[in-house]
Each structure stands twice: as C-alpha cells, then as structure tokens.
Design a protein around this ligand. Structure first.
Ligand SMILES: [Zn+2]
Length: 366
C-alpha cells in the first residue's frame, strides 16, 4: 500500500478574509453559487459584495434547508443548474459544508468551504456525511478529493460561542494520538493509503499548538477577540487536525466517541467534547506514559473539556450502559481496530472507568 496524503488545494486563513472570497474564487470560476443559511446570508452578503466589486465574479445565494440529505442535495443541484453556478461555496457549519461538497462532486464543479466556526476538523476533508431527511445517519460519501479551497475568516470564527472553538480543540486533541497509534500498527489512513512523514509532523504540530495556545485562545474567544493564539488554534483545529486525522488515520478516540453516542446523556455534548474524553480513554487503553496522561488531563481541565463521565453529562454511572458503549466502540470496522494491539469491549470498559477515575482524581480540589 502506498503512502498517501490528502489536502485542500489551497487553505486561506486571515482576519476579514471573507471580503476577498471573490478574488480567491476567481481562479476557479466566475459564477459563485453560495449555499448558506438565511441568517448567514444576512451576515456575509454585504461583506462579500464589497469585495466582489473589484472582481469579475457574480454571486447567487441558495438557502440551505438544514439537513445534508439526498433530497436536499438533489434540490440544490437543480437550483445550481438553473442559476448557472460554476463554483459551489458552502458557508456555515458542518452540514452546509457536507452538502456543498456533495453537490460539487455530483456536478463535477469546484467547491470552496468557508467555515464560520472551528468546532471540528471536517472542513478540509474529502468526506460528506449523508443523513435521512429526519436527521438519521445514512451513509458516508467518500469524495475523490478534498475541497479546492478552504477559506477561514478568523474574525468571524472568533466571534462564535467560545464552547465551539473549545470543542474543536477536543477534536484536534485526538489527532496526534490516533495518528501515532496508526503509525505503530501500520494501519491505513482515511484516504486509502499509509501515513506520510508530513501527516505525522502536522499531527504533532497540532498537539503542540494546542498545549502552547489552547488556554490563551479559550480565554480570548470568551471576550470575542481574535489574538494570535486564537489564529493558531483555528489553524490547529481546522487545517492541522484536518490533514492529521485524514492522512494520519483514526484509532481509539473516535471509536470511543462513537460508542459514547449510545448513552443518551451525552447527546447534548459536541463531537469534540466527547472526542476529548475518548482521547483520554485511548491513552489509558494503551497505558500511555503517566506524564502524558497528566498533560492531557491538565490541558482539558484548563480549557474546559470533559475528563470524567460526569463531565459528559452522565450523572449516574450504570455499568451496563458503559458496556454498551464499549461494545459499540469495538464494532466490526470501527477504527479502534487500528490500535497496535487487539482491543475487546472489556478492555474499553475498563479504560473508560479508569479514565473517569483518573480524571476525577486529578481534577479534584482536595
Ligand atoms: Zn472528529
């Protein structure tokens, strides 16, 4: 199997960069078809129009229906044809991006992703998650390539609720540890190859950036300001983690996240918040160095990511529920089987309880 790294053709990040959308997009085509929410359009349209004046671009908008379903994708394909859209632009959160990516794929057109939050590492990926109209997971649509362009306006992202950027740090926290596990086991990454030195280096840089800038960024976005630390964290959450997870590979943390979704109480938590706890569970599972575990727990506590079951919203710990989650984490095809040793549901159960105990011990005030 070859070593493969995937990446968007261009990643652009800067304060006020949304204004330059048209001048960046011009390289891909002139008629931009922008998919965003009603309220999103109100916020972005004046800014985009201002920058459009100096370009030869024209822009049309389509209001996103809210679900990345086949019906919605087909509706948007029709709308895009009618308006002669040449470049698909998805502005907003994950479902808007996934829909824009799927539409561009089926229409064989370039796609530009503009995240307005940095809560996951999905914007750079070559993947759309398709749901039914009722919002139930249906399938993964694996795309042949990453978006042509990912454009992040850090002014906009830093003004989103702080919990979203912090959740993004939780998603990014897993990247290095999962890539490291895949490297040890020689497992395949998410783009159908083996990891490269570049992907591993980005995953490591992602972790280092979190430790260096995480607290400072979390505090700054609570004040809705965009400091250099916030910019670094946005890059870590979106780009470093994006390339790191996809081209480095997933392992225990995300599988444990998927298992935890079986527990009702965790539903109000964001993806990245559960992934952060999943990371701690993976570290216990692999009996990682105790200094490393201390560092990870310390980081989570500082920025406000959960390190206990209580922190995940589970007030009363029922062993059978935890066992259900452990079993789900070990389902056939789950990425936990990319760990460099065999993992059973019993191992995961023990690691979840061990992580919770460690989290409680290291964060208690006495
Ligand atoms: Zn994730």
């Amino acid at each position: 199997m070859a070593n493969i790294i995937g990446s968007p053709s261009r990643y652009i990040q800067g304060k006020g960069e949304l204004k330059n959308l048209c001048s960046h997009a011009e390289k891909c085509g002139k008629n931009l078809f922008i998919l965003t929410s009603e309220s999103g359009r109100k916020r972005v349209e004046p800014v985009i129009n201002e920058g459009m004046k100096d370009t030869s671009c024209a822009v049309t908008y389509e209001v996103f229906g809210g679900e990345c379903s086949k019906t919605e994708i087909n509706r948007i394909i029709d709308a895009c044809r009618e308006k002669n859209g040449e470049v698909i632009v998805g502005i907003g959160g994950g479902k808007t991006h996934d829909t824009a990516k799927a539409v561009a794929y089926y229409m064989n057109k370039p796609v530009i992703i503009v995240p307005t939050i940095a809560s996951t590492d999905a914007p750079c990926s070559a993947l759309s998650v398709i749901y039914t109209e009722e919002g139930v997971f249906e399938e993964y649509l694996f795309l042949p390539s990453s978006p042509n362009m990912v454009l992040v306006d850090t002014d906009i992202v830093s003004k989103a609720p702080s919990r979203l950027l912090i959740a993004g740090m939780g998603d990014a926290l897993a990247t290095y540890f999962e890539a490291r596990a895949c490297q040890k086991s020689n497992a395949a990454n998410c783009v159908g190859g083996k990891s490269t030195k570049a992907a591993m280096a980005l995953a490591e840089l992602c972790y280092d950036t979190l430790l260096e800038n995480g607290l400072s960024a979390a505090l700054a976005v609570k004040e809705k300001v965009c400091t250099k630390a916030v910019e670094n964290i946005i890059e870590a959450n979106t780009y470093l983690s994006g390339i790191g997870f996809e081209s480095g590979g997933l392992a225990g943390a995300h599988a444990i996240h998927n298992g935890l979704t079986a527990i009702e109480e965790t539903h109000s938590l964001y993806h990245g918040e559960k992934v952060a706890f999943g990371t701690l569970v993976q570290l216990i599972l692999e009996d990682a160095d105790s200094d490393e575990i201390d560092t990870v727990i310390g980081f989570c506590e500082e920025v406000g990511l959960p390190v206990t079951l209580e922190g995940l919203g589970i007030k009363e710990v029922k062993p059978e529920k935890i066992m259900d989650a452990a079993r789900l984490a070990c389902a056939p095809g789950e990425t936990i089987h990319n760990m460099p040793f065999e993992v059973t549901p019993e191992d995961v159960y023990a690691a979840i309880m061990g992580a919770d105990a460690m989290g409680r011990y290291l964060t208690c005030d006495e």
